[in-house]
Design a protein around this ligand. Structure first.
Ligand SMILES: Cc1ncc(COP(=O)(O)O)c(C=O)c1O
Length: 396
């Protein structure tokens, strides 16, 4: 039989999706599964975005430009300006989600065996995107005890080698919910300038910041305009995960032109979804106030309920809608499977994402899970109670 590629065999399963077959069979047995595993918001997509597609009388559903439609990119640059990010339409390349934006970026700036430094735990698919490009993730460990703040500069500098091409952060962070401060971003700016590296920031959760903290973009740092590459998406901002629209933003012409060649090879991003995304930009601020208030309430309830369980440790997320939770079990892969397979309370159980896949350091995250607080408050309370009872019953 012909053999698959070596890198194909190395591709990891998504920790967010790998337990789906267990959840499906629980559902078939009539068990209700509270899904805390995936960042699929239950928030309604703004109606005007959906209507823009419904009310369109396109006669030929044609390709768009490879870099995305001019109208959409022009409107996006105005949206960014409202966020203190001054970029022109021609510094934006529209992609099929932030996922494709990351793939194109990695492919454009790094070669096989190059290294990319990423604070760990990190969005699990960074592992897959790196393997697909033959890259090596060099993790810089952030800890639950420090609420997952950035380690000091020396820790980064210790990891820089002749192979290092970039530092990648996710801000606010998935899976930790950590929001990097302006001071921390400035630290990174210093490092990438000193060592001539790219700084990639995945800012898909920009709108989701809570309390008195604000998001500070790497694009606000003029001194690194040649180093900075921002990744973005409409998936979470407007609850439009199925649109599959994201973008890469950079002022570095060479990077942009290289990404454009990758974009040309896949022809264009989806046309209808760009129409919906363009309309979504008109979403009023009041929408985000309502949505964020919902997430703040959910976060507060979730953290308070988790803190009531003995031997459970949880950090305080300041943004996005995730948190990492440390459980008194040896292996959360087994625990999460067991909850779906063998455990229920009144025919209800919970699906969580085992956190191991959000690390690249072997052995880390084995006693942690990631929870996405994308369910309504009463369901979150029920779900945490199920986890509490499950922990009482479970034996490693
Ligand atoms: C941090 C982060 N980056 C990128 C993505 C991928 O987003 P998209 O749906 O735009 O491909 C996600 C999706 O959950 C994410 O959490």
């Amino acid at each position: 039989m012909p053999k698959i590629s070596h890198k194909g065999s190395l591709m990891p399963e998504s920790p967010i999706r790998k337990l789906v077959p267990f959840a499906e069979s629980a559902k078939k047995r009539g068990v209700k599964v509270f899904q805390l595993n995936i960042g699929q918001p239950d928030i309604e997509t703004p109606k005007h975005a959906l209507d823009a597609v419904k009310n369109n009388n396109i006669k030929v559903l044609s390709y768009s430009r490879s870099e995305g439609s001019e109208e959409y990119r022009t409107k996006l640059s105005k949206y960014y300006s409202s966020k203190n990010i001054e970029v022109d339409a021609d510094q934006i390349i529209v992609t099929s989600g932030a996922s494709e934006a990351l793939l194109f970026t990695f492919g454009s700036i790094m070669d096989k065996d190059d290294e990319i430094i990423v604070p760990e735990p990190f969005y699990a698919n960074y592992n897959g995107f790196s393997i697909a490009n033959g890259l090596k993730i060099i993790p810089v460990i952030s800890k639950i005890e420090d609420n997952f703040s950035l380690p000091n500069i020396e820790k980064f500098e210790e990891l820089i080698t002749s192979k290092t091409k970039a530092i990648l952060i996710c801000n606010p962070n998935n899976p930790t919910g950590y929001l990097y401060s302006k001071k921390e971003i400035k630290k990174l700016v210093q490092i990438v300038k000193k060592h001539d590296l790219f700084l990639i920031a995945d800012e898909v959760y920009r709108e989701f910041t809570y309390d008195e903290d604000f998001h500070y973009s790497i694009m606000e740092e003029e001194s690194i305009s040649e180093n900075a590459i921002m990744i973005d998406s409409v998936s979470k901002r407007y609850s439009m995960c199925g649109a599959r629209i994201g973008c890469v933003v950079t002022k570095n012409k060479e990077v942009k032109n290289t990404i454009l060649k990758f974009a040309q090879a896949r022809l264009s991003p989806p046309t209808y979804a760009q129409i919906a995304s363009e309309a979504a930009i008109d979403t009023p601020d009041s929408y985000f106030e309502i949505v964020n208030n919902k997430y703040i309430k959910r976060r507060n309830i979730l953290i308070a309920e988790l803190n009531k369980i003995s031997n459970v440790k949880v950090a305080s997320p300041k943004g996005a809608f995730y948190c990492i939770v440390e459980l008194p079990v040896k292996n959360t892969n087994d625990f999460a499977k067991w909850m779906l397979d063998k455990f229920h309370i009144n025919n209800e159980t919970v699906m969580v994402a085992p956190a191991e896949g959000f690390y690249s350091t072997n052995g880390l995250g084995l006693n942690q899970i990631r929870i996405a607080y994308v369910l309504k408050e009463e369901d979150l309370i029920k779900a945490v109670n199920i986890i509490k009872l499950a922990l009482e019953k479970y034996t490693d």
